[in-house]
Write a protein that binds this ligand. Sequence first.
Ligand SMILES: CC(C)CCC[C@@H](C)[C@H]1CC[C@H]2[C@@H]3CC=C4C[C@@H](O)CC[C@]4(C)[C@H]3CC[C@]12C
Length: 648
Amino acid sequence: MDLSGSSLNRSQSLASGLEKTSHTWNKPAHSQSSSTLSSRHSRQIIKDWEVIDDLQVEMQGAGDDPQDRTAPGICEGYLLKRRKWPLKGWHKVARGRVQGSLDVSLAVISINKKSNRIDLDAGDILYHMKAKSHELFYIWVTKLQAHRLYKKNEAAHVHSSFLHTLSLPTAAEQAQRNGDLISHLDSLAHFILCLFYLYLVADFLCSFLFLFLRCQPEAVRRSSQGPPSVADSAAEYFDASDDILWGSSSEVSDESGLSDGSTTNSEPEEGHSGYTSISDQSLNPLVCFFTGKDLARVSMPAVLNEPINLLQRLCEELEYSELLDTANNTSDPYQRMVYIAAFAISGYSTATFRNRYKPVNPILGETYECIREDRGFRLISEQVCHHPPISACHADSENFSFWQDQRWKNKFWGKSLEILPTGMVNVTLPRYGDHYEWNKVVTCIHNVFSQQRYLEHYGEVIIKNLKSNICTCKITFVKSRYWGSETNKNEVQGVVLDQSGSAIHRFGGLWHEGIFCDTLPTPKCIWKPNPQPKDYLLYYGFSSFAMELNELPSDLKPLLPPTDTRLRPDQRMLEDGRVDEADIKKDKIEEMQRERRKELAKRGEEHVPRFFKRSKDSSGRDVWLTNGTYWKLRENPGFANLENLTLW
Ligand SMILES: CC(C)CCC[C@@H](C)[C@H]1CC[C@H]2[C@@H]3CC=C4C[C@@H](O)CC[C@]4(C)[C@H]3CC[C@]12C
């Protein structure tokens, strides 16, 4: 590719294209030329492609002053190029080798922001390119646009000089006036670009300043007095416990827990009434950050936790278990799939109100039970592994069984953190003998260090029925467009396909508002989230169902194993608003956990989960399944009569 030039100049200002994406980038009519996928996917694919429009280019080309137009230079770095057989896939092009060239001003440039792809189509030659990251993608698109604009302007200039030599005074004057206007617009665009860069730099510095603050010695950090905010407390807290946390490099981390992060949330009164400052400077997060390794061991102050732990969060996914009841009572297999899909989506809806606090990390061996007679199910969960952290759960009801082991990987992007769950969710329906299995999508915590933090889910869920291939379901959690409107925020689309791949049902909506299916015998809303309870903001954004998860009625207490989350003292203190005490207690519990691990290691033993066993699923994946002993032991002889782990 013969692109030349290295810095962005005014002719490549973002305003000339990227800022105006929604106006100047159109849906292409062609983009199928670049797609070899089957027709049932084509709708989605066309939707993701946009052609870079030339409107702006032509307007500018008419009168810009050639004197102050500098040629854009080489765009360094590389894009991946798609190869066909036998090396099918995306390949890095060898350095310094010219693979071919085309005139970007004549080519149709279409881009796919979702997959960071750029297609350059010059008629006789077509390049399929892909950037390694979103950032690189936007740099390349900006550069390509700049070159295109420059070339077009050049051509326009030749044309206007020609008119000039023919001395057409009015046209020339007009061009001059246009030139003035354009150069004003151009400096405005340049100014906007500068602001944009300033913003990026400031944002970047803030993130690092924040991390830097976390590294300051205790005395320095304590010297700043004043009312505590969550940000303050995050900056003051320092602990090198064994809790898992940030997978900090931009590569997928090995750890599957989410690190105890940090927040600049300025409304501490919501959810928490106090704050704590415990310090133990044994780890420098900045160093960790740059080496991209061990930030995965930073613990979090209780003030940033919600009084629910990850074992309970697994149970939260059953808030809309009535959808599974409906599925088990629906005879049509395609309609059944629609309800299973609605259930899969419903589990994501809590994200709307739950972006401020992190669930408490369970201790290895911690358990949780939840009996919901009103909803007809009972669930158990257990922390079965610490490195990487894995929480397993199993629920039974007369209408369904539900199980999953939750683990995930993190991708840290500087401003956002992507959570990539790796386990599968399973549901069986006794009436029809179905066994549904599906993956989870990516959840992204945007603006992780700032008050504008919000969660987004994106990707595809494929639901298969392992007992019958009569139908499958594909759900797409649409990624919101970069500079697009808010209209497609939280959008979900789904389709139930029969064996031949034809769509039998279509449904869609927003994961925070509800899902509608118009292909059912009576088109209807198949799911919508329950209204939030009054004052939910004061209670961590919890739904009523979430609020009930930690309830401890007196008749339940003697029946629980002492490892049950409901009996975990630091979490209870947190729930009662005794955050300082919670923090101290949390430290102790984590210390005990480390001691137990050391003891085991000394004896050359490994922790063995009590109620789950490691197994392989039909595709050979590692899974954790219930060993079926919990409810029996609870019944007889009762946990009080058994030997239990002492976790706290
Ligand atoms: C305190 C600040 C810094 C961080 C707040 C982090 C919160 C928003 C994070 C921490 C752990 C995260 C959860 C970890 C795992 C999953 C499973 C996944 O299938 C759905 C999203 C979900 C449920 C995440 C939602 C967001 C989450 C709750």
